[in-house]
Unconditional design. Structure first.
Length: 345
């Protein structure tokens, strides 16, 4: 080995991998859905590199360009279409953070992002799925009233769904925040309920005030009290607030797959299950568009803007950061009819 080679070897960065404990600690800082998606993205990337005989780490700019291009041309088995631009952006984040976790230099992603931008433009021009970001519809009060109207609120499942709709709206919760509530999370007071909600993006608990509504049919306090009372009468005095309920009114009925029990033994709903409830009620009410758990959060923010609430008060109620860009977009959009500049011409 020459002196130059020795100097280059000594100057080369040492790759130091985090311990399994440290990697788990990093992963715990991400939402469960993000963690699962990152794991799948990384597995697919490593498999593609292995098939081509490429060295996956550290990733070069050209390798990422080739990989992203491959994804824009390869249909996914589940949909029969290539991945959406948003999925490709997430995939790049999964690969970038993998480098950080292994103490490797951050890969250059400019070329890959240029490919994604061109791909998104082509999809938009061709009016294909993925060219336009799909957003959940905003559950404004008229939509909530239609969804509530299809419920049988004399049943336990009807009480649960009504409370989910109205509390999710009044607290501007994400689905994971809503199903994370326990029976003792809401504390009743003269003005309504004070609900301790764990805000997943802020990674902090907030005490969210849920006041009485003027209309008893859409009052979150009455709906929540009705559910808690019915749950206690059924013998559930602790544990999750929103649980699996079958058509016979049984709480947390066992679920089996291939002879093995699945699901949370306590019966706690998953975020996806909560979103499915919203989707099912919207469909039964004859509402069009895409309805998911996030519809409640969007509906609250949109209604707050139109009602003249300040951004700070809206943010504090819904667990947004005071300078949240996502919340600011609701204020920037305004009402497309009331705030339309054509009206003053």
């Amino acid at each position: 080995m020459t002196d130059i080679e020795r100097r280059e070897e000594s100057a080369a960065p040492t790759v130091w991998q985090l311990s399994p404990e440290a990697q788990d600690a990093l992963a715990a800082g991400r939402a469960d859905s993000t963690r699962r998606a990152y794991a799948e993205d990384r597995k697919a990337y490593l498999a593609w590199c292995a098939e081509r005989g490429e060295q996956p780490l550290p990733a070069t700019q050209n390798l990422l360009v080739e990989y992203v291009t491959h994804l824009t041309l390869t249909p996914r088995p589940r949909t029969g279409r290539p991945s959406a631009p948003s999925s490709l952006e997430r995939m790049l984040s999964a690969i970038t953070t993998m480098h950080a976790e292994l103490s490797l230099p951050k890969p250059e992603t400019k070329g890959a992002r240029t490919v994604i931008a061109g791909y998104k433009h082509r999809l938009a021009i061709d009016k294909k799925p993925g060219g336009r970001q799909r957003r959940a519809e905003a559950a404004l009060p008229p939509a909530l009233q239609k969804m509530l109207a299809v419920l049988d609120r004399g049943t336990l499942i009807g009480k649960r769904d009504a409370a989910m709709l109205l509390l999710g709206y009044a607290g501007a919760t994400r689905s994971s925040e809503l199903v994370g509530l326990d029976i003792d999370s809401p504390v009743e007071c003269d003005e309504g309920f004070m609900v301790q909600i764990y805000r997943v993006k802020m990674k902090a608990f907030t005490d969210t005030a849920v006041p009485y509504g003027k209309n008893p049919a859409t009052c979150p306090v009455r709906a929540l009290r009705s559910l808690i009372t019915a749950m206690r009468e059924a013998g559930r005095t602790e544990g999750p607030l929103f649980v699996r309920i079958d058509r016979h009114g049984r709480i947390a009925p066992p679920m089996m797959r291939h002879g093995k029990p699945i699901g949370d033994p306590s019966g706690r709903l998953t975020p996806d299950a909560a979103s499915d409830v919203i989707e099912r009620l919207a469909d039964a009410a004859g509402l069009t568009g895409r309805w998911r758990g996030h519809s409640l959060r969007r509906g609250f923010a949109t209604a707050a803007v139109r009602g003249g609430a300040t951004m700070v008060r809206t943010a504090r109620q819904g667990g947004w950061a005071d300078n949240s860009p996502s919340l600011a977009r609701y204020y920037d959009e305004g009402d497309p009819w009331e705030d339309n500049p054509v009206m003053g011409l």
